[in-house]
Design a protein. Structure first.
Length: 556
């Protein structure tokens, strides 16, 4: 019933406010403290009262969709309540509600509120959405499977278990999903008279009577099954959420961090199943998540989906709708899939290096800067490696196109690479095309100057091999690229850092030795802490690019 949500901010500071056209599934991603949980609370609040609270931080307005003529009758029938014995009811009025809520309204006003909800949204929400919206957060997911009343079979079902017990179709669908996930069969146990409990059975019931009956055979069947309350929190949470989607049947379902308690493969399964269930219906699912597995499950379900990335940094909030087709394209690339690139959706910053040794070293340097230099390092940063300098661009560009700040670190021998390798490197940083031509010319001249020295630019000292105007030109080139988040190791390569430690070898062997010499115990005398210059200054410079709200290289 939610048509669109207008946020209070846009893709970048000063840009137009972002409006989310509600799909069956909307997933909010982003770093911690970006507002993912808050936006769910504000949506739920609107569903309760039909207006946006004046203290909202994220949502500016919500527009509702009217229910079509072909569905209005079934919707009305699903919420109309019979009068309580002795209760009078005029022909023009009806009682509506669910789950303990009960409203006495004029029938034509109720229908009008559903058909034209934006004329008086408070009516549409109070009389319908308030009890047809459900928010699941924290520990509430693990108690969804607790015992419930069996209710009166002569009255409409008013709980998820009652719906599940009465509907063979819905019960079998839940049972299929649970069996595929845990290898056991979910059954509804009515043998505690007047109460309904869930159990997991190693064998499926022979027929409906063995599951739903009260005879001796049914009692023995359930006695051999495990009460679901005795299973892990992951089983409880997963099963409870699936039941609420299928049997609870809310019009608006909001789930905060559905991956809590779940193994990554179960997060993927949950995302795929609930998105598939919601797809093609009038229902709306809104999710806040930190799980790339859950996101991929949603995408691979084939359901129409919005992925919205929220950020909040330096008191500036942003929101960007990420095309799920582009994310799916990212994950079809074996290199990107193997590097865990989708995890970048949940970080403020990403650094991409050439090799895993580079990644580990720069990450350790950054960690020590954050701990021992008053936070001079890069906050909330994910470090990824791209196998080689030619593929660094393959990770940087698509992530920047999604609005994620990504910096790249490469060795100085990138200057040897002409043609498409150099051009693609600049393009990945979104350096303006006109400037790329002059930078390519500069690269070529610098390369020739290095060759004239007769030494290897990468292992012979890098920029130290040059002097005068030529050295200044290279420094200017480094500065220009750093403006766009592209960083070149000035002295050559990874092994050119911390020379005072006298670490030998190359790549992984050098990394092992340099880590040993840097020390493991912060309390020990030999533990290396940040100082001025060298690699510490290099990472601080990169941190400056991330901290700059007007940084270049991120398309708006």
């Amino acid at each position: 019933m939610i048509k669109s949500i207008k946020l209070k901010f846009g893709r970048a500071e000063g840009l137009q406010q972002e409006t989310i056209e509600a799909m069956p599934v909307t997933v909010f991603v982003g770093p911690n403290n970006s507002g993912k949980s808050k936006v769910l609370t504000e949506i739920h609040q609107y569903c309760k009262i039909g207006r946006v609270h004046e203290e909202n931080l994220i949502i500016d307005s919500i527009e509702l969709n009217g229910i079509s003529d072909e569905h209005i009758k079934s919707i009305v029938n699903s919420v109309v309540l019979a009068p309580i014995p002795g209760e009078s009811l005029s022909p023009t009025h009806i009682f509506v509600g669910q789950k303990g809520q009960r409203h006495h309204v004029l029938k034509h006003k109720f229908i009008n509120a559903l058909e034209n909800p934006n004329s008086q949204p408070s009516h549409a929400c109070l009389w319908y959405l308030s009890y047809n919206s459900l928010i699941l957060n924290g520990s509430s997911r693990t108690i969804l499977i607790n015992e419930q009343s069996a209710g009166n079979l002569q009255h409409p079902a008013n709980s998820s278990f009652q719906v599940l017990f009465r509907s063979d179709e819905k019960r079998k669908e839940v049972r299929r999903i649970v069996h595929e996930s845990f290898g056991e069969y979910l059954v509804v146990d009515p043998t505690n008279l007047g109460r309904l409990n869930l159990r997991l059975s190693k064998v499926a019931p022979k027929d409906e009577m063995e599951e739903k009956g009260l005879h001796q055979e049914a009692i023995e069947f359930h006695s051999k099954a495990t009460p679901i309350t005795q299973t892990s929190d992951g089983v409880k949470a997963f099963t409870g959420m699936i039941i609420e989607v299928i049997a609870g049947d809310p019009s608006v379902l909001l789930i905060d961090e559905p991956e809590a308690f779940l193994h990554p493969s179960l997060s993927f399964k949950l995302g795929k199943e609930i998105s598939g269930i919601i797809s093609g219906s009038h229902k709306r699912l809104f999710v806040s998540t930190h799980s790339p597995n859950f996101v991929m499950g949603c995408i691979q379900s084939g359901a129409p989906i919005n992925i919205v990335r929220l950020t909040y940094k330096n008191q500036v909030a942003t929101a960007r709708i990420l095309p799920n087709k582009e994310i799916l394209t990212l994950m079809r690339n074996p290199l990107l899939r193997s590097t865990g690139v989708l995890s970048g959706l949940f970080y403020e910053s990403i650094i991409v290096t050439e090799s895993d040794a580079d990644r580990a070293f720069y990450q350790e340097i950054n960690d020590r800067l954050l701990k021992y230099s008053n936070g001079k390092g890069i906050q909330n940063c994910l470090f990824l490696h791209a196998q080689n300098k030619q593929t660094v661009k393959t990770i940087i560009k698509p992530l920047r196109e999604l609005g994620i700040p990504v910096g790249g670190i490469v060795d100085i021998d990138i200057l040897k690479e002409g043609g498409t390798v150099w051009a693609s490197f600049l393009e990945s940083g979104f350096v303006p095309e006109i400037e790329r031509k002059s930078l390519s010319h500069t690269r070529l001249e610098i390369k020739r100057k290095f060759e004239a020295t007769g030494k290897d630019m990468k292992r012979g000292g890098g920029i130290k091999l040059l002097k005068g105007e030529v050295k200044e030109t290279l420094e200017n080139l480094f500065d220009k690229l750093s403006d766009y988040g592209l960083f070149i190791v000035p002295n050559g390569e990874l092994e050119s850092w911390l020379l005072e430690l006298n670490a030998r070898g190359h790549g992984p062997s050098w990394l092992v030795e340099v880590f040993e010499k840097m020390g493991e115990d912060p309390a020990s005398e030999g533990y290396l802490k940040p100082s001025n210059g060298d690699v510490w200054a290099f990472i601080e410079k990169i941190a400056g690019w991330f901290d700059n709200p007007k940084r270049k290289g991120i398309p708006k």
